[in-house]
Design a protein around this ligand. Structure first.
Ligand code: PLP
Length: 379
């Protein structure tokens, strides 16, 4: 028997109460019973997004909401600024290109973010840029972007939207959608919201709906106007929702509300601080210049095979972490502190890293990382 510990930045562990909610009998989605639940989750999601505007829910992975953000606001040939500092920033550009949206890239080194001034200069130079696409937590590098500062720049421009991928960030890294002038914020179920994969979300403000009037990109399932109308008039979705996941979401939102969203964020901050302290105490380095509270990316030390390290963590200790993507494959590993996680998930992660490095002949002092983490976790 090998006990498994899922410490990846999506999917993340699901609490028992949420799994049990998901196991409830299927109800029909064109009923008052389902409408009541769907209306309630749509309201409760607003607390997590910190918005008064509508939050739409789709049966898809998070990328579906990213695609929706593009096809509901832009037209072929429109210009979009895309901040690329990792795999998910790149995904914004890839979707834009598929639909014939012209990408103005702002490329930063993986682990870094774009300075707000760079974005402002770019918008001054090309004022017809219709949207800026960015990522709250770039999961591939564990990097937090200065969304609030981007919002200050973009709010002054009536013909430009700020679109944020908060798929891994939501519920771990603070984002105040309304106060920070985020026009569209997208997320998914399998990260901070403590659910299985399968739901995508998008908060959409009034400024965005004006763009939707002129957008001519093709859309059918991800037609946001239809989704909004169905929610507001009937408490429904235009097509069959992921009923079991919606019921599970009702439960996870109840738990997040009970803890209080700001306490949820504080918990993630403490877990992230402890992880970073434990890692540094082992003499390892973080990849990111601006580490996010959802996931910590750690550089594999010289002389250690990163793929082997990940394999030992998994095969010998049952600890699943994420590796590096693209050019960082084998060069970093990523420990999530995201969603349904607490003190002993961090102890487990740091302890397993210590033991694995020792197994691999790296000069680490067993217990040193755990000690540093514990000092913060006791806090
Ligand atoms: C996980 C993730 C995605 C992709 O979500 P899917 O649910 O796999 O489509 C996109 N962006 C970020 C930042 C993510 O962490």
């Amino acid at each position: 028997m090998k006990k498994e510990y899922l410490l990846t930045p999506g999917p993340t562990p699901v609490p028992d109460a949420v799994r049990l909610a998901e196991a409830q009998p299927i109800i029909h989605h064109r009923t008052a019973e389902h409408a009541e639940i769907f209306r309630r989750v749509s309201e409760n999601l607003k607390l997590i997004f910190k918005t008064k505007n509508v939050v739409l829910t789709f049966a898809s992975s998070g990328t579906g909401a990213m695609e929706g953000a593009i096809i509901n606001t832009l037209s072929q040939g429109d210009k979009a600024l895309v901040i690329r500092g990792g795999k998910f920033g790149e995904r914004w550009a890839e979707i834009c290109e598929v639909y014939g949206v012209r990408v103005i890239p702002v490329d930063v080194e993986w682990g870094d973010t774009a300075k707000p001034q760079v974005i402002e200069d770019c918008l001054n130079k090309e004022p017809d840029i219709k949207a800026v696409f960015t990522t709250l937590c770039e999961t591939s590098t564990g990097t937090l972007s200065p969304i609030k500062e981007y919002g200050e720049i973009i709010k002054k421009r009536d013909n430009t939207l700020l679109v944020v991928d908060a798929i891994s960030g939501l519920g771990a890294c603070d984002i105040e959608v309304d106060n920070w002038n985020v026009d569209i914020c997208v997320s998914g179920s399998q990260k901070g919201l403590m659910l299985p994969p399968g739901l995508a979300f998008a908060s959409v403000n009034e400024k965005t709906w004006k763009f939707a009037e002129t957008s001519n990109l093709p859309k059918y399932y991800f037609d946001w106007k239809k989704a909004k109308k169905s929610l507001e008039t009937k408490g429904q979705t235009p097509y069959t929702p992921a009923i079991s996941l919606v019921i599970a979401l009702d439960q996870s939102l109840k738990m997040l509300k009970e803890e209080g969203i700001d306490n949820v964020l504080k918990r993630h901050n403490r877990l992230a601080d402890a992880t970073r302290a434990g890692i540094k105490a082992l003499g390892l380095e973080l990849l990111s210049k601006y580490p996010a509270n959802a996931v910590t990316a750690v550089k594999v030390p010289d002389g250690i095979d990163g793929l082997e390290l990940k394999k030992i963590l998994d095969n010998k200790y049952g600890v699943k972490v994420a590796g590096g993507q693209a050019h960082l494959k084998g060069k970093i590993f990523r420990i999530a502190h995201l969603g349904y996680m607490g003190t002993f998930d961090i102890i487990t992660a740091i302890s397993a890293v210590e033991m694995t490095l020792k197994d691999m002949g790296h000069p680490v002092e067993i217990g040193k990382g755990v000690k540093s983490a514990e000092e913060i976790l006791r806090g």
